[in-house]
Design a protein around this ligand. Sequence first.
Ligand code: PLP
Length: 412
Amino acid sequence: MLERQNKMKTDDPSAVARAAAMKEFRPADRGFWSHVSDLEWNDWHWQLKHRITTLPQLQRLMPTLTPEEHAGTMLANSKLSLAITPFFFNLIDTSDEGCPIRRQVIPSIEETHTAAWEMSDPCGEDSHSPVPGLVHRYPDRVLFLVTDRCASYCRYCTRSRLVSNAAGYDFHPEFDRQINYIATHPEIRDVLLSGGDPLLFSDEKLEYLLNRLRAIPHVEFLRIGTRIPIFLPQRITPELCAMLRQFHPLFISIHSNHPRELTMEVKAALERLADAGIPLGNQSVLLRGVNDNPLVMKAHLQKLLMCRVKPYYIYQCDLITGSAHLRASVRQGLAIMSALRGHTSGYAVPLYVIDAPGGGGKVPINPDYILSRNGDRVLIRNFEGKVFEYPEDREGRPLISHHQMLAGIERD
Ligand SMILES: *Cc1c(COP(=O)(O)O)cnc(C)c1O
């Protein structure tokens, strides 16, 4: 049934045309900043300095602000600050209350609605921190939080307890303690820099950190989690790329949720990183009214491949306090995964995961392709819903023919 629905949707010629339109690379509009010189606009410091951070600014730029957004913005500074780069702000369709870009960054009063099962630290990071700012949840790798600042703030941020410091967490990472922990734990072979956004650091500060990590012999693999290529592609300068390429193997995971985020400028920034030899992955969050639709998600993932980015994860939205209005159901996530696997390039298909509430870590969630496992076969279905069987004996050994079995006995 599900398969049939998805097929109908994607084979419909108007759906094909809509997907093609979503995948077009457009230059980001200059919008309200048409008077600004190219030099300023393309300067990442200019973009940061001119971020939208206050209600009066937002009201001036967006006369269509709804009462819910107005009230949400008034309260943002006691929860998760408001900040949007001019570059990203211009992607908002201000005439559309349901704009998928708008939903991600404009505060709403719904953020103050909380449910009993929501948490301020839904992934249980604080309880897995041996030293402040270091999360050691998995055996061989750590999450190294380097800052509480981002270029813009996502309203569903899973780390909003500390990010932007609006809630008074007072995050002060002590690099010496964090690095010392990694240096004295030889099982750590993979360090993931995140935050906040590590690419907000100056090239010099980031280079200093990466050098110290590279000096630890057992650290094999470095990665950076960042949304800067999306919020602030101007930051991805040739100098930054030249600095980063000294630290290979270094991977970068970006965070993008909707095809409209992938503008010409963003594509060019991602290409600069890829040309520096940095393998790029993407992490999306399944968000209601943003990408909880097979057509939008598929167009987005295919567009990422065109930017040389491999879709890595789709996250079920964490149970972060005040995120109910942005969360989609697991059921819908599974329907989207069914609409992807087999229907498009395997490279475009990420892993769908739930970061288990309370600190269980990432758990992969898959549509069921195994229908049953009996004594002598595994029954499977393909992406079209057709059923197949693969022989296997009761103990899980591959079935062999009578002839092969006799040959085996003779050898013994
Ligand atoms: C996501 C995450 C990692 C990295 O997990 P991978 O599946 O290897 O990408 C590491 N530590 C923590 C705490 C994480 O949340």
